[in-house]
Design a protein around this ligand. Structure first.
Ligand code: ARG
Length: 649
C-alpha cells in the first residue's frame, strides 16, 4: 500500500481543521531519513506555528490530537523542536506487504482518470546518422511512455522525424554533384551521411571565409575597449562597476578571438586538403543552391521529390534497426513532411485571428513578454519548424484528442517551445497540457559535448556496440559458469541496460559526463547492480527449488521481526509511490533512485536474514515471499525504464 499518500491524505483532513491552506503543508510529510525518526516524518507544525506565533510543539500536539491514524500507525511522537514522527504498526505493514506479494500490479493502482498522452520523442533529423545526442530523448521518452501506460493512461508515442528540413536540400545537392554511385548502391545511408557532412563542410567554409576579414578587423576596436575599460578601472580601484565593465570587455575580446580561432580551424581543414579545396572553389554558391534544392522540394519539383521518395525509406529503415535494439516500437512516425499540406492553412488562420503580422518580410507571431518573433513563414515563402509544430498540435488535439502533449527534446530548444505553447494557447488549445520535457547535454571527460577524437559526434550505433563489448568483459569475469551463448545474451542486456540507466539516473535537466567505468560497475547506482540483485533472488529461488506460483498462492503471512526485514517491507510498499512520482514532473530518475534503494535494502536483508535455511517453515516462507516480491519489483521497475533482466548472470 502507498502509505505515504494515505498518511498525507489523513494529515490533510486534520490540517483542514487548523488552516485554510492545508495543501501547502501536506507535502511536508516525507519518508524519514533515519530509522530513529520513525518511518515517516512531518515538519509542518513548525511552519504552522511560525504563522500562528505559537510554540511549535503545542501546534504539533494539537495536530496529532486531530489526526486519525490509529489503524496504520503507533501513536505519533513529537521530537525535537516540533517534528512529528510516524511509525507504521508492524502488523499493518506485514499485512499490506503480504497483500503486495500476491498482487499482479505490485501495489501500483491504476489512475482514476486516464488521460490521452502524446509523447513526442527521439525525433531525429533523418539522413544524418543518429548520434549520442539522440540517446537522451530516445531513452527518456521511452521510459515515460512505459510508466504512463503502466499507470493506466492512454499513450501514443510519436516519432516526429525531421524529414523535410534544410538538410534534405543539402543531401539533394550533394547527391547531384558529389555522389559515389558504388557506395550508394552498396549502402545508401552512410553515403547520404557522407554527402550531408561534405555539403555542410563546404557551406560552412564559404560562410567562414566571408566572415573572417570583418571579424579580424573588429579585434583592434575590442582591444581598445579593453584598454580603456582597464584604465578606468585602475583609475578608480574601489569602483566595482568599472571593474566589472573591464572584466566584461576582456571576456568579449577573448570570446571574439576564440570565435575567430574556431572559424580559422574550419578554414584550415578545407585549405590543407587539396581535394576539398578544389571542390570548395568549384562550388562557391553551395549554401544558396542547396537552400534552393529544399525550396524546390517543398514546391513539388518532380526530380527532387523523386530523390526524397528514394532517400526517406532507406533512412527510416536505418533508424528502425536502432529502435529495435532498444525494443522501441512507435505508435506513429509522422514526420515533418506529413504536415506539409496543412501549413498554408495554419498561417492563414494566424493572420485571420490577427495573431501574426509581417515583420521584415516574414510572417511572425509575437508572444507577450518575449522579444523574439515566432516566424511561421519566411520572406521567401518557406514555412518553418514552427509552422509544422503548430500543425502538429492541431492534429494532436483535434484528431488524436490529446489531454497532454510531451516533447522530449534538448533544453536548447526551450525558447521554441515557450513560443509554440503560448501560440497554441492563443489559438484556443488551452485545455491541453503542453510540456517541454527538456534535458541537458552528454559531455565528454573534458566537460564539453562529447565527440570522437576526430571531432565528429559519436554515432549511436558504435556507442551501443562498445557498451556491449565492455559488458562482455564483465560478464566473462563474473559469469564463467554460463555458456558462450548465454554470456552473449547477458552482455547485450547488461550493455544496453548500462547505457539506458546511466542516462535516466541523472536529473534530466543536468548535463552529465559520460564515463564507461562507472556505468558498468557491479556495485553502485547502475543497471548492472540492479540486474545482479534480480539474478541473485532468482538464484535463491532456483536453489531452493521453489515453485513461486504456489508460494504466492499459499497465503503465507509476512513476518517482520528484524529491522532489515521491516526496512525491506517498507521499501517494497513504496513502489507505487515511486512510479507515480515519475509521472508528476516526468522524471524517470525518481524510479532509478527507488530501484537502487530497493536493491540496497535487499542486500542488507540478505546479509542479515538467512532465507533457505530459516526455521520454522512459516518464517522461511515469509522471507521467500519478500525475495520474490523484491525480484518482481526490480524486474517491473527496470522494464518500465526499458531495461531487461536475466535469471542468471
Ligand atoms: N527534429 C528535431 C531536432 O532534431 C526535434 C523534433 C522535436 N519534436 C518537435 N515536435 N519539435 O532537433
Amino acid at each position: 500500500m502507498d502509505f505515504l499518500s494515505e498518511l498525507r491524505s489523513r494529515l490533510r483532513s486534520a490540517l483542514t481543521l487548523m488552516t485554510d491552506t492545508p495543501d501547502a503543508y501536506v507535502e511536508m510529510l516525507k519518508p524519514s531519513q533515519e530509522v530513529k525518526f520513525g518511518d515517516f516524518q512531518a515538519n509542518c507544525a513548525m511552519s504552522l506555528a511560525k504563522l500562528a506565533r505559537r510554540p511549535p510543539r503545542d501546534v504539533a500536539a494539537e495536530l496529532i490530537s486531530k489526526l486519525d491514524v490509529a489503524d496504520i500507525c503507533d501513536p505519533p511522537e513529537i521530537a525535537g523542536p516540533g517534528f512529528i514522527n510516524f511509525r507504521l504498526k508492524t502488523e499493518r505493514l506485514a499485512d499490506e506487504t503480504a497483500r503486495l506479494t500476491r498482487d499482479e500490479r505490485l501495489g501500483v493502482a491504476l489512475v482514476a482518470t486516464p488521460r490521452q498522452y502524446i509523447v513526442d520523442f527521439s525525433s531525429p533529423n533523418v539522413a544524418k546518422p543518429m548520434h549520442v545526442g539522440h540517446l537522451r530523448s530516445t531513452v527518456i521518452g521511452n521510459a515515460l511512455c512505459r510508466v504512463l501506460r503502466f499507470l493506466g493512461h492512454h499513450v501514443l508515442s510519436d516519432n516526429h522525424v525531421g524529414d523535410w528540413g534544410t538538410q534534405f536540400g543539402m543531401i539533394i545537392y550533394g547527391y547531384k554533384h558529389f555522389r559515389d554511385d558504388a557506395a550508394y548502391r552498396n549502402n545508401a545511408v552512410p553515403e547520404l551521411a557522407r554527402l550531408y557532412r561534405l555539403v555542410n563542410q563546404l557551406t560552412d567554409y564559404h560562410t567562414v571565409v566571408a566572415e573572417l576579414p570583418p571579424l579580424r578587423a573588429q579585434i583592434a576596436a575590442k582591444e581598445a575597449a579593453v584598454a580603456s575599460a582597464r584604465q578606468a578601472a585602475d583609475f578608480k580601484p574601489t569602483d566595482k562597476d568599472a571593474a566589472r565593465a573591464a572584466k566584461r570587455a576582456e571576456q568579449e575580446l577573448s570570446e571574439h578571438i576564440a570565435g575567430i580561432e574556431s572559424a580559422q580551424t574550419k578554414c584550415d581543414l578545407v585549405e590543407s586538403n587539396p581535394g576539398l579545396k578544389s571542390l570548395a572553389d568549384a562550388h562557391p554558391r553551395i549554401g544558396e543552391l542547396s537552400r534552393r534544392e529544399t525550396a524546390l522540394l517543398h514546391a513539388g519539383n518532380i526530380e527532387n521529390k523523386r530523390l526524397w521518395d528514394e532517400f526517406v525509406p532507406k533512412c527510416m529503415q536505418a533508424l528502425e534497426s536502432m529502435y529495435q535494439r532498444f525494443g522501441i516500437v512507435f505508435d506513429m512516425s509522422l514526420g515533418e513532411s506529413w504536415y506539409n499540406p496543412m501549413l498554408p492553412g495554419i498561417v492563414e488562420e494566424l493572420k485571420q485571428k490577427e495573431m501574426a503580422r509581417i515583420s521584415d518580410g516574414a510572417t511572425c507571431v509575437f508572444v507577450e513578454g518575449n522579444p523574439a518573433p515566432f516566424i511561421v513563414q519566411k520572406a521567401d515563402g518557406a514555412f518553418t519548424y514552427a509552422t509544422t509544430d503548430l500543425a502538429t498540435i492541431r492534429h494532436r488535439v483535434e484528431t488524436l484528442h490529446a489531454d497532454a502533449c510531451l516533447y522530449v527534446v534538448d533544453s536548447r530548444q526551450s525558447e521554441h517551445f515557450q513560443l509554440l505553447f503560448a501560440t497554441a494557447k492563443n489559438l484556443g488549445y488551452s485545455q491541453t497540457e503542453f510540456r517541454h520535457v527538456s534535458f541537458g547535454t552528454v559531455l565528454g571527460e573534458d566537460r564539453r559535448p562529447i565527440k570522437t577524437r576526430s571531432g565528429d559526434s559519436i554515432g549511436l550505433e558504435s556507442l551501443l556496440d562498445e557498451a556491449i563489448q565492455n559488458a562482455r568483459k564483465i560478464v566473462d569475469e563474473n559469469s564463467s559458469h554460463l555458456s558462450d551463448a548465454d554470456r552473449s545474451n547477458v552482455s547485450v542486456l547488461v550493455g544496453m541496460g548500462a547505457i539506458i540507466y546511466v542516462d535516466l539516473h541523472h536529473n534530466r535537466d543536468s548535463d552529465y559526463v559520460f564515463s564507461w567505468d562507472k556505468m558498468l560497475a557491479t556495485s553502485g547506482d547502475t543497471a548492472t547492480y540492479n540486474q545482479y540483485a534480480y539474478a541473485r533472488v532468482c538464484g535463491i529461488l532456483r536453489k531452493g527449488g521453489i515453485d513461486v506460483a504456489e508460494l504466492r498462492r499459499a497465503g503465507h503471512a509476512i513476518q517482520l521481526a528484524t529491522p532489515a526485514e521491516r526496512a525491506l517491507a517498507l521499501q517494497l510498499n513504496r513502489f507505487s509511490n515511486a512510479v507515480s512520482d515519475v509521472a508528476i514532473d516526468y522524471r524517470p530518475n525518481l524510479l532509478t533512485q527507488y530501484l537502487f534503494e530497493t536493491a540496497n535494502c535487499f542486500a542488507s536483508f540478505f546479509n542479515d536474514c538467512p532465507v533457505l535455511s530459516a526455521e520454522p517453515p512459516e518464517l522461511r516462507a515469509s522471507r521467500l515471499l519478500l525475495c520474490d516480491a523484491t525480484a518482481r519489483i526490480l524486474k517491473c521497475g527496470l522494464d518500465l525504464l526499458g531495461i531487461g533482466v536475466v535469471q542468471q548472470m
